[in-house]
Design a protein around this ligand. Structure first.
Ligand code: DP6
Length: 339
């Protein structure tokens, strides 16, 4: 006699947030979540999201808990992403999702990046779908664009692609973390949720900023400059193009109507401080996403001094120290009786 078929299919995966050096801002297709521009990022260690997905052999509404809480908007985004995996597997099973992160959500620390990368990795394993990294990245992209990059570790590029169906828009690793072990300091300047999320902010910028067409035209040059700086480990060149991309992205947000201002006073003071340190010869530069947290990239040799300088700033609550980390990975699977 055959053993009874399992009733539940569970898998747990971990992914880490990434920080974009050459920013993604704007979409060429909202439905498929295709970016208007390519982007380049660093995947972090230390910060993580761990997500368990259990499919149970019955139809019905998914149950989604993120850091112990249920919220309808996030649950809907999670279910929509899981639907893509269920379609591939040809099942309509209900999912139970529990996700924990060790850093403040919705505070400009790209929790959606690690969240959707871990979700897709876990769901694919639970459904026993043998997906390539490129396929995982395309699926994670549908949940949140930046999640496409967290599938990979180290230095990562997410291609804009040209195909209307998005088949060529996924991330790939440019260089493993060990090839240039940069450090990242995340200065927390608020723990409040951000007012205007990235998704809304980039659509609003594309619709109303007069500078948006220029952003689109210049991106391929920035990507090329960043790739060249990574290839030759040219910190000065990477600093210049990364700060340029960050400030340009914020210029789009500020020049939207009405303008979006993601920074607070500590963000601005932090940027000034980082530039002063670089003028003194320290290998350090800043970047800021759609929130007020300041991310500082540096060589190991500058770490202590940069950290001390950030902690001195009024309005900096905490500085989290990271290295570069791995891509999304499976932690465990369990197939069995109804959970
Ligand atoms: C400023 O990936 O959060 O962090 O695709 O709409 O989910 P959606 O947007 P999201 O945007 C990230 C924007 C950014 C820059 C970046 O990570 O490249």
């Amino acid at each position: 006699m055959n053993p009874p078929a399992p009733d539940s299919f569970c898998a747990t995966a971990q992914a880490q947030p990434n920080i974009a050096l050459i920013k993604y801002w704007g979409k060429r297709d909202v439905e498929l979540n295709l970016p208007a521009v390519g982007s380049i990022s660093l995947t972090l260690d230390q910060l993580w999201t761990r997500t368990k997905v259990c499919f149970v052999r019955v139809a019905g509404a998914d149950r989604v808990r993120i850091n112990g809480r249920t919220d309808a908007v996030s649950a809907q985004r999670v279910s929509a992403c899981l639907d893509l995996l269920r379609q591939r597997a040809g099942v309509d099973w209900r999912a139970e999702v529990t996700s924990e992160s060790n850093f403040p959500l919705a505070a400009g620390l790209a929790s959606s990046a690690s969240g959707f990368a871990a979700l897709v990795r876990a769901a694919a394993a639970a459904l026993e779908l043998p997906l390539s990294p490129a396929e995982l990245s395309r699926l994670a992209r549908r949940g949140s664009g930046s999640a496409a990059r967290s599938i990979h570790g180290g230095f990562v590029e997410w291609d804009r692609g040209a195909c209307a169906d998005g088949s060529d828009s996924h991330a790939r690793q440019l260089m493993p973390a060990a090839d240039w072990p940069l450090r990242v300091l995340v200065a927390i300047t608020t723990t409040a949720p951000k007012e205007v999320g990235s998704r809304e902010g980039m659509l609003h910028s594309a619709d109303t900023s007069p500078f948006y067409p220029a952003w689109l035209t210049a991106q391929s040059g920035d990507l090329e400059a960043a790739r060249g700086a990574l290839r030759t480990r040219d910190f000065e060149a990477l600093a210049a193009v990364s700060e340029h991309s960050c400030l340009k992205m914020h210029a789009l947000a500020m020049s939207a109507r009405p303008g979006l201002l993601y920074w607070n006073g500590a963000t601005v003071e932090g940027m000034r401080r980082v530039r002063a340190l670089r003028t003194q010869g320290l290998p350090v530069f800043f970047t800021v996403d759609a929130g007020p947290q300041l991310k500082v990239v540096c060589e190991e040799s500058a770490l202590l001094e940069a950290r001390a300088a950030l902690l001195e700033l009024e309005g900096v609550h905490e500085v989290i120290e990271c290295g570069l980390g791995e891509g999304a990975r499976l932690l465990e699977t369990a197939f069995g009786g109804t959970s």
